[in-house]
Ligand binder design. Sequence first.
Ligand code: ADP
Ligand code: MG
Ligand code: MG
Length: 935
Amino acid sequence: MKTQGRRNLPARRSAGRRPPAPGRRRRSLYVYRFDQLGLVKRAAPTWDEVKGLLGGKGANLAEMTRLGLPVPPGFTITTEACNAFLAAGGAFPPGMWDQVEEAMRRLEAATGKRFGDPGNPLLVACRSGAKFSMPGMMDTVLNIGLDDRVVEGLALLTGDERFAQDAHRRLIQMFSTVVLGVDDQPFEAALAERRRRRGVENDADLPAEDLRALAVEFKQIAARASGRPFPADPMEQLRLAVMAVFRSWNGKRACDYRRAAGISDGLGTAVNVVAMVFGNMGEGSGTGVATTRNVTTGEPELHGDFLLNAQGEDVVSGTRGTLPIEKLAELMPAADRELRRIAGLLERHYRDVQDVEFTIERAKLWMLQTRDAKRTARAAVRIAVDLAGERRISRAEAVRRITPEQVDDFLHPQLDPEARRAARAGGALLAKGLNVSPGAAIGQIAFDADTAERWAKQEKRQVIMVRPETKPDDVHGLLAAEGVVTSRGGRTSHAALVARQFGKPAVVGALSLDVDVANRRLVVDGRTLAEGDWISIDGMTGEIFQGRLATVVPDLQDPHLRTLLSWADGFRTLGVRANADYPEDARRARELGAEGIGLCRTEHMFFQTERLPVVQRMILAAGPEERAACLAQLLPFQREDFAGLFRAMDGQSVTIRLIDPPLHEFLPDHDQLQREVTELQRKQERGEGGAALEAALAERGRVLEAVEAMREQNPMLGLRGVRLGIHMPELVAMQVRAIFEAACACIREGVDVRPKVMVPLSVDGNELKVERALLEEQAQKVMEEQGTQVPYELGTMIEVPRAALVADRIAEYAQFFSFGTNDLTQTTFGISRDDAETGFLLEYLQKGILAENPFATLDQAGVGKLMEMAVALGRGRRPGLEVGICGEHGGDPRSIAFCHRLKLDYVSCSPFRIPVARLAAAHAALAERDSRARR
Ligand code: ADP
Ligand code: MG
Ligand code: MG
């Protein structure tokens, strides 16, 4: 063994590494070599625990080593060591450094090189790596182990003076900025000055002598800024670097990121010490990053970039134009083949698409990192379907891997992938924040809510509201804007909550943005944008771009999505129906996979312009004849509405809810009417007008009187729903006639018609008994007139607590139940949604009084308990009673899972939520299957 030049490592202790004898105190292990995964598993049996102990990067480096892949040798200092170091206020735990020294000796043996030996130097990288990837948040230092003597040795040994000097200047720059906290700017300025003098564009074109001079210059910069000489002793460099990486866990950037991403502060980071391999040894070397498939489109092809004669960050920093991975086959065919072989192997091993970092040193490929790749929703679906097609994963697994949000993403406008790529390449990416509410938005920057609202509403401009953070006062701006960006705040910040709730694309916690509201400007990385400048944001990726990027419309025809959803249909047991009021909606819903209409709101049909005056006359009718005449006028309209729905839903059920809202909703606004009457009266007093005015005044006066008579303190709890049907039986009789006449006509056309008549807002069995008698009589009458039998059912909504409490008695008269969970939530909580959601509910959510907006996700503890009771009582009285849910909760994945557990028959949601509901229902069924299998 040569010892010459070995200055740093104490002589090897003779004890060796035998396992401690039983009974003796076991020393804590803080350091594991990449080839010691077996030992790691004793302390951390599951893969999740391995990642917790070694960090994701370390765990995967060890796993790749186990698989026999070309990983440079190295070792990991555990997250436990980091936590102990931080807890001790910056001191390594006892024994840790000895273990590092020991591991360094092993590394020397494995590489045949020596740390700090100019004759054959070992250099190492010191790399951070936590359990969850925190891109760019912590630190990595390359080329540790160089000093003035070792540089000369390295140059001699490699015959490449330029390479050695390049490695040296990189070490000084990286070490100074990362470990010593020196500002990067003077280093970059010195580099720029050299490039200018040489007249070259890239650092790679600087000759060795310049790099040598730069190393001297860099050391002076470092010494001046840090107040001490640049550490020459390699072991000291390593020690300082490890400490710096540990400390970077508590750096501001990392803390902010963790808070925003909901990652626990207690996890700590590991440090990976890895023998350096060199992509900067001339044109036969290089470095790159790749994903095993295209993570934008999902196409099954290796995708990535690389650079020749480069190291580390050069590829991602974007300072030099990179080459597409396809070029690798031309330039280094052997390394290319090897990379493709390994990519396939890793994908099979991890059963998912990998994101790898690699370096080629003189034609030899080295793997430096692998992890599951992040991907767009589109890519996620295609990849899951393809992997199942290749039999790498099961269909159930493919379905499980796709989140409802990813399916939802297909339904939002998205940034055109080409435009996005071009924008990234062209430097238009301003920042990246947290992706808290999906969808693309493009608009002009507005720095406050009032401006956003004014521009959007009065000037019809597209606006994106950009704020340091948002408060409840800003909601109006957010609602008017296309999307929102904040520089602070996390996933549960006000802006994130509100944006998600209203489906506005949002990026929050974009920490690099300096939102200077006072001066109406946005500063980011030295760029300044003014109010009114265009930006484009992607709420799915968290990206913020300068300018107006092209968007693409949602593509529901995507064949991979169709396949995936058809698999989901095979797993789910819950039916999925649509809320649709018009034939057009019904057809769309069917295309999206609806199995029937779960809710058709008939009152929407009354609002159409040619009908509304008739509806108003009907409501205000002086006597039964006038009302009957108006209803007769409305009948053909309604008949056509229903016939259209029946035709669109040929063979599937159509649930038609009888009129529900209080009648005043169809009449002119009270205050408006009053103003009109006062105005007319004034004119009359001034003697204007005459007979025409007289007539107008009489008419308006009559309407006002009627409206006043119908006014209720609390219309939501007033004369509406079945109460209205009982109060004004002619109205529902007309609706039933329309339904059955339409049904008979359609049957004669050969349409398979399955109407379900639904009574809203029942509170009692007797009430439903009365209403039902009326409806059945009318239905019978029409069927007899038409000489046609219609297979129909009659049921009710359960949307007030009392209905749930007496569901057994209601079930005597109802063949099906449908939970109207919006009203049920309002009446169970005793709060009105419109007032709550823009007011105190947000406060409740922020203070954590309520964990969840009960109008977005079903309140299982309260509303859910009532539902459970209603199902049990209803089915107890009428076995096989069909029970479903309509309303927005029917499209919410967690509410859908709850409906599955309640054993409802179906959920009904808006047409665009149907794909999400199909997937969520499959997830619920699969979760049940899994838990049964575990039992
Ligand atoms: P990050 O987590 O920010 O990606 P890494 O620790 O992965 O940081 O290091 C960044 C880059 O540094 C790697 O992609 C690789 O190019 C380079 N690098 C890391 N370790 C080595 C090594 N042992 N030899 C050569 N290059 C390395
Ligand atoms: Mg990396
Ligand atoms: Mg209702």
